[in-house]
Design a protein around this ligand. Structure first.
Ligand SMILES: CC(=O)O[C@H](CC(=O)[O-])C[N+](C)(C)C
Length: 319
């Protein structure tokens, strides 16, 4: 510690170089990120459905809520709609999550290269955070429409009081487009940016930082064991949602609200309404389901990413 303390930040950077990996090619990042995204979706979608249903269930004072919590929502969904009910609305994210994660890992890789062109140097946490933020800007272009369609389908309970309006993701996207054009498909863009820019920063910073911390001296970060990758990925997922959940609640409510209910970006109106009706706790609505999902889904995501990267490095070592 004494030696590090005397050397200061710069010295610490240089001492850490021993376990530093070279910059990963942007194409490999893109492809492996896509594989990670598919793993994330398969493990995480059922809990995402529960999260969206909990976040959007109407609360009428003096009336019992439909779902008392994550477990109750799980039981009611499975008994009414079967296991497939939990995979409802998966078509849209399947077409958007894998590409979104591909763009996300690409954006993070690009951010790292821009902020630290010397691949032998370890990035500081703030540089990792900013690189992650860049990923969040890139991904909003496809995340916003994907989430709009996904959330509308998830809250549409089959056989419930709400009429079934959309037959599937494509039908939903077409109906939105026909009624109000591209603006309707991109409803919630500002709230998606408010959620995804800082949460991507926290996500990638946590993963990269922990990966380096868990790598023993003299070893390479690319040789981290599977349990350690799962742990780093799971914690990164939790960090992502600690930052992203409050804006996510606002975004989900805004994107699923009837047209014209809120003004402008929805930020002020939805926030005011939620605080008035349910208090500050409303901003962490559905948190049980979110955090239950975040660890395994993101552990699977980073494991899928690292395995795909290893495969690509084996297939094309010189890329
Ligand atoms: C909001 C979101 O989709 O977060 C992703 C992880 C998750 O739990 O879905 C990760 N990322 C921040 C890269 C979008």
């Amino acid at each position: 510690m004494g030696e590090l303390g005397e050397l200061g930040e710069l010295g610490e950077l240089e001492l850490l170089q021993g376990n530093q990996e070279k910059h990963i090619s942007l194409l490999k990042n893109f492809v492996s990120g896509g594989v990670g995204g598919a793993c994330l979706l398969f493990v995480g979608h059922p809990l995402d459905t529960i999260k969206v249903r909990l976040q959007t269930q109407p609360r009428v004072p003096s009336q019992d809520v439909l779902y008392k919590g994550a477990y109750d929502c799980f039981l009611k969904t499975v008994s009414k709609e079967g296991l497939l009910g939990l995979y409802k609305g998966m078509g849209a994210p399947l077409a958007s999550v894998a590409p979104m994660m591909a763009i996300s890992f690409f954006g993070f890789g690009l951010g790292k290269q821009l902020l630290q062109p010397d691949s032998t140097k370890t990035l500081m946490p703030t540089q990792l955070f900013l690189s992650g933020c860049l990923a969040g800007v890139f991904t909003t272009v496809i995340v916003c429409p994907g989430e709009r369609v996904k959330c509308l389908l998830q809250v549409q309970a089959s056989g419930g009081q709400q009429a079934v309006r959309y037959a599937g993701p494509l039908d939903c996207a077409l109906k939105l487009y026909k009624t109000q054009g591209i603006r309707s498909i991109y409803k919630g863009t500002t709230l998606t940016l408010i959620r995804d820019v800082p949460s991507n920063g926290a996500y990638f910073m946590a993963y990269d930082f922990l990966k380096h911390k868990m790598t023993a001296e003299g070893e390479s970060v690319s040789q981290l064991s599977t349990p350690k990758i799962l742990l780093c990925g799971g914690i990164a997922g939790i960090c992502n949602w600690i930052v992203g959940l409050p804006p996510d609640v606002l975004k989900t409510n805004f994107q699923t609200a009837p047209d014209g209910r809120y003004r402008g970006t929805g930020l002020v109106d939805v926030l005011r309404e939620l605080l008035r009706d349910e208090g500050p706790r409303a901003l962490y609505k559905g948190s049980n389901a979110v955090f239950l999902r975040a660890f395994p889904a993101n552990a699977a995501c980073f494991l899928g990413y690292e395995l795909a990267l290893e495969c690509l490095n084996w297939l094309a070592p010189t890329w």
